[in-house]
Ligand binder design. Structure first.
Ligand code: KMT
Ligand code: NI
Length: 180
């Protein structure tokens, strides 16, 4: 339910997979080194799922809502789709649990290369505070994601460059090896 790979650098439709030729996959362990955490959960039973409950309790994810991304349900759809795909960071974790559909969360690696993380039904990911990233739907054009947060949510995106923010500095100190 979660696969990741390095992206090519073509300017084709953002909803296409953008694999390199040959394909270059990225392991979940490598993602974890960048601070990107992931789980596989039972999306048909999220209301009663003990595994989800444990993650929420241990990480303090008290807030929860859903984001349904389709033209009928998301106000200002076209505008939002565009802004999700602007490279940005947040001052807090971005936590998304895909309960239906699928989408691409692109994250920058240590060398500023794009890694495309394909999250499908049952996949949950945490992007750490301060990582540069962006989001797009894939060609299926639909995702329903649970959004989690520690306390009152702050969704503000800071478009790149925002390197002076404490969250950015702390991210680099925590997850980018010295001298890399
Ligand atoms: C974000 O912050 O990029 C989003 O909320 C995208 C939609 S969540 C699948
Ligand atoms: Ni974001």
């Amino acid at each position: 339910v979660i696969q990741a790979w390095y992206m090519d650098d073509s300017n084709e439709d953002q909803r296409l997979p953008h694999h390199k030729d040959p394909k270059e996959f990225v392991s979940l362990e490598k993602l974890a080194e960048l601070g990107v955490l992931s789980w596989r959960l039972d999306a048909d039973n999220y209301e009663t799922d003990e595994a989800l409950k444990k993650i929420r309790e241990s990480r303090g994810y008290s807030y929860m809502d859903f984001c349904d991304i389709c033209p009928e349900k998301l106000p200002n759809y076209e505008e939002k789709i565009k802004s999700f795909f602007e490279e940005h960071l947040h001052t807090d974790e971005e936590i998304r649990y895909c309960v239906a559909g699928s989408g691409y969360f692109d994250v920058r690696d240590h060398n500023d290369a794009w890694i495309r993380v394909w999250v499908k039904k049952g996949g949950m990911i945490v992007l750490p505070a301060g990582i540069y990233h962006r989001f797009t739907l894939d060609t299926d054009n639909y995702i329903k994601a649970m959004r989690l947060f520690v306390g009152d949510p702050i969704w503000t995106p800071f478009n790149r460059p925002h390197d002076h923010l404490p969250a950015r500095k702390e991210y680099l100190e925590a997850f980018v090896e010295k001298g890399d």
